[in-house]
Design a binder for this molecule. Sequence first.
Ligand code: NCD
Length: 343
Amino acid sequence: MNSSFEAFREAVADERRRRSVLWREGRPWHVLSSLQFERGDLTHLFQTADRLRTIEAEPNGATRLLGLLAGRRVVNLFGQPSTRTCESFVAAEEKLGASARVLSDLKATSFSKGESVEDGVRTLACFYDLIVARHPDDDFALRASWALDRSERPVPVISAGSGRSEHPTQALLDIYTLHHRWRGEVDGRRIHLVGDIGRNRAARSFAHLLTRFSGISLDITCHPDWAPEPAFVATLRAGGVEVAFHDRLEPALDRGPDAIYLTRLQQEWDQAPAELGTDERYVLREELRERIPSTCLILHPLPRVNELPESWEDHPGLAIWHQVRNGVWVRAALLTWIFGLTA
Ligand code: NCD
């Protein structure tokens, strides 16, 4: 493929051409955007995740899983802090028998000497079969994918968080969690998204994936300074999601959401970060409990600061620890799919 980086970016952004650049032989190759997954892809991925976790629970199941990616080598390049995403990728890779290397100190790599993304990832592709990448630059994983596609040793790239724009595997595990808790009935739900939607890549990729379901109503509660850009909202609306904005929690809670998805204020992007945490209006305060029935799910990609107090731990809808556990299986399912393996 000899296309320019800009042409590659345009193809990835284009609903009709995305699949031709990010998929190969009917399977995901690079994973850069939650929007690259259609409804049927989600069904397939979730069935695979269910199957892998069932196998692990069977006698000798864990050993069988080890054979799936035996001999493959994965590098997890984490240029930004991570606990869950990094460790669940490593756990998924190790459960499937792949070797899992973590490179988390980019200052200790030649990127700090000014090496280009292209040269850096082409080098890694000489030693590894897949690159998982988290980076503050929105375009890092995109550029890495483009560069590798033009090289003589193309390997897949999975975004594990791209700047402020995308976090596709988080969105997959979030939807998998909803799918599980609602026994597959995600259509027609009302979802309340809270926080820094303009800069929270997890919330953004999650909202995008809601377009794959029908009849979704999305209430977004956020401070105007953290509102998502119009093009983002337009994509949701074009995808059939009914979107309404609010500047405090109560009006959207009174509309009876089936799930609330809270997010952290992304203060790492601020020049002079104030005290950590968000203001009262965007905190799930104890006094709101009577407005949130036990059937309402409460999600958060984590880490949390003050927006979801620990006192909610006893709410029957709290799904945050399910999200964390589900992350391993969704990522494992994605890895087997990329490599064309059937469990
Ligand atoms: C998110 C991230 O890094 O984008 N965390 C995660 O991967 N679970 C959300 C956040 O940091 O707020």
